[in-house]
Each structure stands twice: as structure tokens, then as C-alpha cells.
Design a protein around this ligand. Sequence first.
Ligand code: BGC
Length: 423
Amino acid sequence: MYNRFRLVALATVSFAVLAPLWTQAAEDGKLEVFSWWTSGGESAALEALFATYKKQYPGVEIVNATVAGGGGSAARPVLQTRLAGGNPPDTWQSHPGYELLGQYVDPGYCEPVTDLYKSDGWDNAFPKELVINLMTKDRKIYAVLAGIHRGNVLWYNAKLLEKNGIKVGGQMTFDEFFAACDKLKEAGIAALGVGDSGIWTSAQLFENTLLGVLGPKDWTDLFRGTIQWDDPRVKQAMRLFAKMQNYVNPDHSALSWDQAIQQLIEGKVAFSSMGDWADGEFLKAKQKEKEDFGWVAHPGTSGSFIVVADGFALAKGAPHKEAAIAWLKSIGSKEAQEAFNPLKGSIPARTDVDRSKFDGYHQWSMDSFAKDKLVASCVHGEAAPAAFQQALNDAVTAFMVDKNVDNFANSLVQAAKESQSAK
Ligand code: BGC
């Protein structure tokens, strides 16, 4: 297999000589990469991956197939249609766990990439826990991780908090959070910035709050089915989530996640609970850590890290298979991980990178990843099947209107039963 990669690398130098060795489709020298990375920070980081690839494998034209919509809310249905119709992109963005294994590997849309871990010496470079538990089926590995986001971060506008006499320490309780919100409300400021034109962002606010109440062990038990969705602590998290709605910006449903971060940058809102792709937006806007913006674990979640990892899979029947394999080799290389992650807000999935290339936020997140309890995200497709992920989004949508904790809990009890029996 290694030799085949060498061919890709050499392709521009002596394409005419090598051309007969390539598959018919690969001869057009293209590579289609499918993702939903379209916000300012996301596309800057994606461009860094492309630049690294072009350097490592010159002569391949990248077709950047993006479908806008944070969290992949619009991209994933488009991808499903393409896969079901036998028209796959060469490679696509996927979260490990249920999303990768349930939606793409089980129906037979992916080729395993296990050999790459051997040829490129990756067996010890990537966190085994993630590779084995969330990316492997029948001893075959199905994706390469570009980076690992942390879902449970509370970002804030540092100047706005200072102006309002609010201090944030190394961690935050729910009481401290609501006290800060009250102070801001009195000053006429929408404390909590949300952009839930895609409902997943409110689902994520709930997810983060749920972890804050349950802690990592009970979180895992909840998704295993040994704690139920109508457990009193789950309901407590629902009530806290409802309380948070009193402090949210009134235009939340018209905004996307990155527009809400923009509002934070502009000082229109003070906090936003968002995965650390938000860091990519701060960087893109040339915001300075601590001076302009700060962060703390979402209330109650210090010591836990909600993993939202970004992998890429290889399509079975990829139109440009060699170029796609080269892409996976490239994103798994140290060079790409060190170029991409500082811009994306995620930490490199490889644990052997040069830490000095990363800023304060990344150092914080890397330390947390190394020592904290890692839990899988439901909102980002890892912890539960797609049907449950959708049911959670629907239940959150309904709850935002009726604020009925029993309805919220019961619909999730029902959805969990259905997804258990569908497994
Ligand atoms: C992805 C991130 C992305 C975020 C917002 C998450 O599901 O893992 O890479 O930046 O959605 O679009």
C-alpha cells in the first residue's frame, strides 16, 4: 500500500509515465472533500489542511464540497442522499462513535483504513481510547482524526465582564453563573449568547448543562441505559436549562452559532456555551486571549471533557481512491495537525505534536484532555444513534416553547427505548 501513496506524491513530476497505473477516475487528478466547515474560523482551518495536502501531494485538484450549517445539520442529510445514491464524495467529515459506525460503516459506505495506522506508525500516535472504542468495527479502523474539539466550554467577553464587576475563576458553579447572569440582566445585557437557527446549539447548551448536573460517570450510565431520562437529576438539568432561557439574547433563533460568537466579540452578549470551534472565530477576528475573551468549563463540568472529534472516512468506491488515501495520510501527519488545529480551536488528535506551536487556550484544552474524564457527545453524533440525536433536537425545540419538564423527559425516555430496540 505504501507504494501506491508514493505514486500519488510523484504524480505531478511524471504524470504521463505513471498515468497507466492509476484508475480511470483518478486520472482527472481530483479529490472531493466533503465537510460543513464554512464559518470564518472553520474555512481558514480547512484551507490549512488543503495547503498541507497540496504541499505533500502536489498536482491534485481539491474539490471543496461544503454544505453550510453548523454541526453538520444540513450537510449530513445531503451526504446520506449522495451515499444512498451511489455518488459518494471521496472522503467526508464524520464524528466517531454512532455517527461513523452506525450511519456510514454499517450500511457499507466506507473502506477500512487500518493499513494506514501501520504504514504511518500511527498505532501509538492517536488516542487508543477513541480509535478502539469509537472508530473500530470488527478490528478494522474506519477514520483518521484531524482534531479533537471540546464541547463544554463557556466563553466570555472579558472586557464586558470586567466592566460589570464579574470575576471568573478556574471553574464555575451554576450558582455563580446565574449570579453573573442576574448582574448582567440588571445592566440591560443579554448574558447568554445563543444562535440556534440550527437547534443543535440549544441542544448542546442542554447537553453541557446535563453533564454539569450528572458528572461523567452518570453521563455514561445515562447513555448506557442504566440511568433513565426521567431521572430526577436529568429533570434538574432541564430546569436549569429552562432558567438559562431567561438570559438569552432575544434574536437567538435568527442567528447561527458563529453569529452568536460575533455578538459576544462585539459585547452584545457576555457568555456563550459552545464547543471550541468558537476559538477559531475569536482567532479569525484577531481577539486576544484573556484580554478580549476568556473561557472556563461550562458550569459544573470542570474535570470532564466532552469529546467532539473530527474524523475523515474513505468512501467505498471512491472516485479518486489514491488521492483520498493520500488525503487521509496527510491529515494524520504531524504537519497537518500542527497547521489545522491552532486555527480550528481543536487540539491535535496526535499526542506527539510540538506543543509550543499552540496558544493558551489549546494548552488548557490539551491539559484537560490528558487528565480529565472524557465523555462522548450526543449532540454531535457520538454517544447515541442518529434517531436519538434527532429526537433530542426535537425535544429541545418543543421544550423551548412549552417549558414542560415532564414532556421533555418523557419524550426522551420514549426515544431511548425506541433507539435501544432499533439497535
Ligand atoms: C464539528 C466541528 C464544527 C462544529 C460547528 C461540529 O459538529 O465537529 O468541527 O466546527 O460542528 O460547525
